[in-house]
Write a protein that binds this ligand. Structure first.
Ligand code: AP5
Length: 216
């Protein structure tokens, strides 16, 4: 099963991708997580990506295309994947189509998360992440057992630098300008399904399961 999760920042894509990954045993491929690790490790790629990410701009396509091409070439992606945060513009979508075609593979479904902007602000401003295992929490909707500490590995939880109010606003602009044209791109391919993600994480998961099962 090859799925793409499409939607604005903070819509809940990562939260749901982790759940689907566990259920279907296919990897979540999250370019944002991959880039954040590169930044933390101080690799040349991370150093290049950091300034774009801190501003809330898209990292150059050659960087993300190369990351995704390498990741999709790994064995565990052969039976499927959930792309979370990629593609982010029409160039990337075209690059992905070409890459899959070369492999004789095709996408099964693109799922667009719909959430109102006011709800997204609340989700992003309360988000906390574990820099070690990438677990995502929310101070109200999904608090850790011990305040500020990851349930899984005991690491201190962090607030993402790009979750500040100004940067969130800029990420929305970038989403509307560069990523939302993908709605039409995938609609024309007959691949798009919209889900109303203004619900609890459990309810959204049930909706996604129904779509994913129907796409097999
Ligand atoms: P990335 O990490 O992909 O950020 P994003 O797309 O802005 O998405 P988010 O991670 O902010 O949100 P999400 O939808 O995953 O929500 P989450 O599940 O965490 O990208 C970061 C940066 O990297 C980009 O700005 C760019 O610079 C760069 N980048 C990445 N990919 C790139 C690419 N392809 N090309 C170029 N640059 C790229 O949920 C949010 C919060 O809400 C959490 O606290 C969660 O607990 C809570 N929550 C989730 N679901 C619910 C619910 N149903 N009810 C209540 N709370 C909920």
């Amino acid at each position: 099963m090859r799925l793409i999760f499409l939607g604005p920042p903070g819509a809940g894509k990562g939260t749901q991708a982790v759940r689907l990954e566990a259920h279907f045993q296919i990897p979540q491929i999250a370019t944002g997580d991959m880039l954040r690790h590169a930044v933390l490790e101080g690799t040349p790629l991370g150093l290049k990506a950091k300034e774009y990410m801190d501003r809330g701009d898209l990292v150059p396509d050659d960087v993300t295309d190369a990351l995704v091409a390498e990741r999709l070439g790994m064995n565990d992606a052969e039976k499927g994947f959930i792309l979370d945060g990629y593609p982010r513009n029409v160039h990337q979508a075209q690059f992905l189509d070409d890459m899959l075609e070369e492999q004789g593979a095709r996408l099964d479904r693109v799922i667009r998360f719909e959430v109102e902007e006011s709800e997204i602000i609340a989700r992003l401003s309360g988000r906390r992440i574990c820099g070690v295992c990438d677990s995502v929490y929310h101070i109200v909707a999904k608090p850790p057992k011990v305040d500020g500490i990851c349930d899984l590995d005991g690491a201190t939880l962090l607030q993402r630098k790009d979750d500040s109010e100004d940067t969130i606003r800029h990420r929305f602009e970038v989403y509307h300008e560069q990523t939302s044209p993908l709605v039409q791109f995938y609609e024309l391919q007959g691949l798009l399904t919209h889900i109303n993600a203004m619900a609890t994480a459990d309810e959204v998961f049930q909706k996604l399961m129904a779509v994913a099962e129907g796409s097999r």
